[in-house]
Design a protein around this ligand. Sequence first.
Ligand SMILES: CC(C)(COP(=O)(O)OP(=O)(O)OC[C@H]1O[C@@H](n2cnc3c(N)ncnc32)[C@H](O)[C@@H]1OP(=O)(O)O)[C@@H](O)C(=O)NCCC(=O)NCCS
Length: 171
Amino acid sequence: MVIVRPCREKDLALLRAHIPTPGQPDRHATRFERQQNGHSTFLIAWMDDLPVGAGEIFWRGCSAPEINQHYPDCPELNGLDVWPPELRSQGIGTTIIAAAEDITRHHGHHWIGLGVEDGNSRAAALYLRLGYQETGRRYLDRYTYTDSDGTRHDIADPARFLVKSLDRTAS
Ligand SMILES: CC(C)(COP(=O)(O)OP(=O)(O)OC[C@H]1O[C@@H](n2cnc3c(N)ncnc32)[C@H](O)[C@@H]1OP(=O)(O)O)[C@@H](O)C(=O)NCCC(=O)NCCS
């Protein structure tokens, strides 16, 4: 059985041990800090007391300005990941998404959005199956990572933004 709940500080050690963040060694702590500052809710999926996935709700919406200007009040589910890969396609991602939608609805929001990078057709197919809709809005998903030589890389991956209504009567 999978349980999804917001991250607690004491979870960070297990997260670091079980969910790698290559090139971004402080990623779990950074996400937890954003949650503690009220900017996000950092959701962790647990199976048999081990973390097996994560996702983060950005309450101020997508950080890309080309999206945020059109969807300023639409929280974004960001950085969805199930780990290890052998646990994928067993419904864990769907469970995290459902939890994120419930929490966002309870915060009084009517919409949730997420970005999907070009080439991640499997994730896109999952989101569309779960009721997310194309907005036609594209953007560059920007992030940095540091490789094993210590060289920092600034990445800008082309992506598109999808949204889903959280109004149950609309679906
Ligand atoms: C994308 C991702 C988060 C989805 O999580 P997931 O746990 O694999 O997703 P789910 O299992 O809920 O659903 C995905 C698939 O499993 C199937 N599925 C769902 N519940 C299932 C179940 N109980 N039993 C068997 N299959 C199931 C779905 O039909 C879907 O089929 P597909 O494999 O053909 O796409 C995960 O695959 C992942 O971490 N990928 C790498 C990182 C990534 O791409 N993140 C998304 C960034 S936008």
